[in-house]
Design a binder for this molecule. Structure first.
Ligand code: GLP
Length: 244
């Protein structure tokens, strides 16, 4: 695991944009794994800048989202599909048709088959080349809450009260408006990507960054499973690195 400490999130975003540019130069059809939450925003801002300046093209790329809320009305602004449409597709040349999100539209009983199809679609695309990750304050990656199996695949999960409170800021501050259920890539699905890039900013993430980098590998800190992967880059600012 490589840990890179940067002065500012923007510097970390430049590193990620550089890695994506190198990937685009290397592969005809690069596959990106996109994350949501506040953490990747500087990366999406940087990709938008690089694309509009002609320094980068994502026209040949495809993307798979880590996770999605279940039960939001179609087109809800907080749905992760909509976030990526707004923050990436609308501001770069990544094609909307090339962006894949877990299919949460059907009845609950149809979800297991939809989850299996999502894992199959990732495999059919050749797997994810570069997976962006944030980390929840409880150590979740995607929406794999503590206790998730380290070998899990895409599936339905229930959010903890803590995660719903953390994410209330995307729902006008109302934790009750945050869905209880989500579909998330499993930890095993995430670990199948060829390069994992986890980002964390601010002292609120310092404790969990220390546990994921230095602590034991444990299902109680899902992000610690990254220690099992052969190619991981953790990019943090000074405050997020302060407990390392
Ligand atoms: C959500 C997402 C995660 C993300 C986490 C951290 O729960 N499902 O993918 O890593 O939030 O959010 P933030 O980046 O806003 O701290």
């Amino acid at each position: 695991m490589e840990v890179v400490i940067v002065d500012r999130p923007g510097d970390g975003a430049a590193l990620v944009a550089g890695a994506i540019a190198a990937l685009v130069a290397l592969r005809d059809a690069p596959v990106l794994g996109l994350a949501t939450g506040g953490t990747p925003q500087p990366v999406y801002d940087r990709l938008a800048d690089d694309c509009s300046a002609g320094r980068l093209s994502l026209a040949g790329a495809s993307a798979f989202l880590l996770d999605e809320y279940v039960g939001l009305p179609a087109g809800h602004p907080a749905s992760y599909r909509q976030v990526i449409e707004r923050e990436v597709v609308a501001r770069t040349d990544l094609r909307s048709e090339a962006v894949h999100a877990p299919d949460v539209a059907g009845e609950e009983r149809e979800l297991p088959a939809a989850c299996a199809r999502y894992d199959d679609a990732i495999d059919a695309a050749g797997g994810v080349d570069l997976q962006l990750l944030g980390v929840g304050s409880d150590g979740h990656i995607g929406f794999n809450e503590p206790g998730s199996s380290l070998g899990s695949r895409t599936r339905l999960k229930t959010l903890t009260a803590r995660t719903r409170a953390d994410n209330a800021r995307f729902f006008d501050g109302d934790p009750e408006a945050v869905p209880h259920h989500v579909v998330t890539q499993g930890i095993g699905t995430i670990l199948a990507a060829r390069h994992l890039v986890l980002l964390a900013w601010g002292d609120g993430k310092a404790e969990i960054v220390a546990r994921l980098v230095e602590g034991p590998v444990s299902a109680s800190v899902p992000a610690s499973a990254l220690q099992l992967h052969h190619h991981v880059t953790v990019i943090v600012d000074e405050p997020a690195a302060s407990r390392l």
